[in-house]
Write a protein that binds this ligand. Structure first.
Ligand code: FAD
Ligand code: SF4
Length: 460
């Protein structure tokens, strides 16, 4: 038993190396680190961490296998409930899920469940590159999945194991959703995402890319083609803006567009000639993971100064703690309690500065966070040549506008009738960000898994 009150440290890339490189920042545990950390786990009988995991991975069981140095067995335990352990081990907000309830966290730090999950997945890919095996008894029922993000992939995996004939329809040319177009290489290498997706494709899941449901094909076409049920996991990719003057100037991006150019269109790789307006001073408006990713990507593209502009205080920043810490280490400048009111341009229509108000915090609002209130006479102007807006996204209305009976709420999220994700249209289920609005990878995976089990119950 390791009685240390602190997690085993995660080795990190040097700060200097991070300034210009998109290499992964968190390097990963060695075998020794993993066994040391696994020995902090008490293997609690009541398993609070399992209950708090949206896909209910048997956490003490896989950690036990690490203690015994049975790393491949540990991988198989995780695989029973999650097909994306290398992804989740890297990007899941464990601190607000499994690790939040960990008994070791009562006195000291919780067990580093996420880091151990990542270790197990990386060990598997390094040592068993031919992939994993699971038994499939084909039942020849055809199911269509729309969207290849975590929700769609998790639904596909669960249905595949139950023997269904699965086709995923994806609008983009590459599968993975936000995992490939949103989260940058330095947090989640794309080769890792591809490895986890390949496991599904190798087991017979079909993938049709460049197919936009609601445009290339309608939802009804899928039923006419013999699909017996459809799962919609189309995410929330429609960016919101601030609705302030100057947002149409050259040099203003939505974070989605900026990160898509960096990640999916590979602007980070000099051998690709992806057009991207980089700028010397970049201001990112927002305080979530998306804002941190955009700021840290801008820094790596060569910006001299990168500002985060956030209207509440450091305590309210919604981004993962680890991402905020890494951003601070990398010299990202946090302009908190600051709210932009206008973006100003030069005579050629390019951004030159931004007017902002200073804010103070009032009483908590509906979100439970303290409401930002403008401070009188606090208007000031800051020089900037790029502004990236990262203040949230909503679901794209393409499917709901073209499918009869599929109802959405006032935010454009697909309405589901119950936990299974059944929509207002018969035989159509939905889950992930398309239902909840922007949320997390593991929540989207949990929703995909629940819908898969409900579809199985319906068809059997
Ligand atoms: P998505 O991942 O958005 O996938 C939807 C897929 O559907 C996309 O591939 C899209 O192209 C496709 N699609 C859309 N419309 C159609 C259509 N009409 N026809 C066919 N295909 C369609 N979460 C975390 O847990 N941790 C993090 O660190 C984290 N960081 C993030 C950083 C960024 C920059 C962003 C944008 C999000 C981040 N998130 C993070 C949130 C997380 O990525 C999402 O909650 C999760 O990806 C949602 O999964 P999803 O499957 O519902 O949707
Ligand atoms: Fe181990 Fe923490 Fe889960 Fe207990 S709650 S089994 S200590 S990871």
């Amino acid at each position: 038993m390791n009685l240390s009150l602190e997690k085993t440290m995660m080795p990190l890339l040097d700060i200097e190396q991070r300034q210009s490189s998109f290499c992964e920042v968190a390097i990963g545990y060695s075998l020794e680190d993993a066994v040391l950390e696994a020995n902090r786990c008490l293997e609690c009988k009541h398993k609070p961490c399992v209950e708090a995991c949206p896909v209910h991975i048997d956490i003490p069981k896989f950690i036990h296998e690490i203690k015994e140095k049975n790393y491949e067995e540990a991988y198989q335990v995780i695989l029973n409930d999650s097909m994306l352990p290398a992804v989740c081990g890297r990007v899941c907000p464990q601190e607000s899920q499994c690790e939040k309830t960990c008994v070791r966290g009562i006195k000291g730090e919780s067990v580093a469940i996420g880091r151990l999950e990542r270790f197990v997945a990386d060990y598997h890919y390094d040592n068993h590159p031919s992939g994993c095996e699971f038994e499939i008894k084909e039942n020849h029922h055809k199911i269509a999945i729309v969207g290849s993000g975590p929700a769609g992939l998790s639904c596909a995996c669960q249905l595949l194991k139950l023997g269904y004939d699965i086709t995923i329809f994806e609008a983009l040319h590459t599968p993975g959703g936000v995992l490939v177009y949103g989260i940058p290489e330095f947090r989640l290498p794309k080769a890792i995402v591809q490895k986890e997706i390949d496991q599904l494709l190798d087991h017979g899941v079909k993938l049709k890319t460049n197919t936009v449901i609601g445009k290339t094909l309608y939802l009804e076409d899928l039923f006419n083609d013999g699909y017996e049920a459809v799962f919609i996991g189309t995410g929330a990719g429609l960016p919101q803006f601030l609705n302030i003057p100057g947002e149409t100037l050259n040099g203003v991006y939505s974070a989605n567009e900026f990160l898509t150019r960096v990640n999916l269109m590979k602007a980070y790789d000099k051998s690709y000639h992806t057009p991207i307006y980089k700028g010397q001073t970049v201001s990112v408006v927002g305080g979530g993971n998306v804002a941190m990713d955009a700021a840290r990507a801008a820094l790596r593209l060569g910006a001299k100064k990168v500002h985060i502009i956030y209207r509440r205080s450091m305590e309210e920043l919604p981004a993962r703690k680890e991402e905020i810490e890494h951003a601070i280490e990398e010299n990202i400048d946090f302009n908190i309690l600051t709210n932009p009111v206008e973006i100003l341009g030069d005579e050629k229509g390019f951004v030159k500065s931004m007017k902002c108000l200073k804010m103070k915090l009032g009483e908590p609002d509906a979100s439970g966070r303290r409401r930002p209130i403008p401070i009188k006479d606090s208007l000031f102007e800051m020089t900037t040549d790029v502004v990236i807006i990262a203040v949230g996204t909503t679901p794209n209305p393409m499917i709901s506008q073209t499918a009869s009976d599929l109802k959405t709420n006032e935010k454009g999220c697909i309405i589901t009738k119950d936990e299974s994700g059944l929509t207002t249209k018969a035989y159509v289920y939905a889950g992930g960000d398309a239902v909840t609005g922007a949320a997390t990878v593991i929540e989207a995976m949990g929703a995909g898994k629940k819908s898969a089990l409900a579809i199985h119950e319906l068809l059997s």
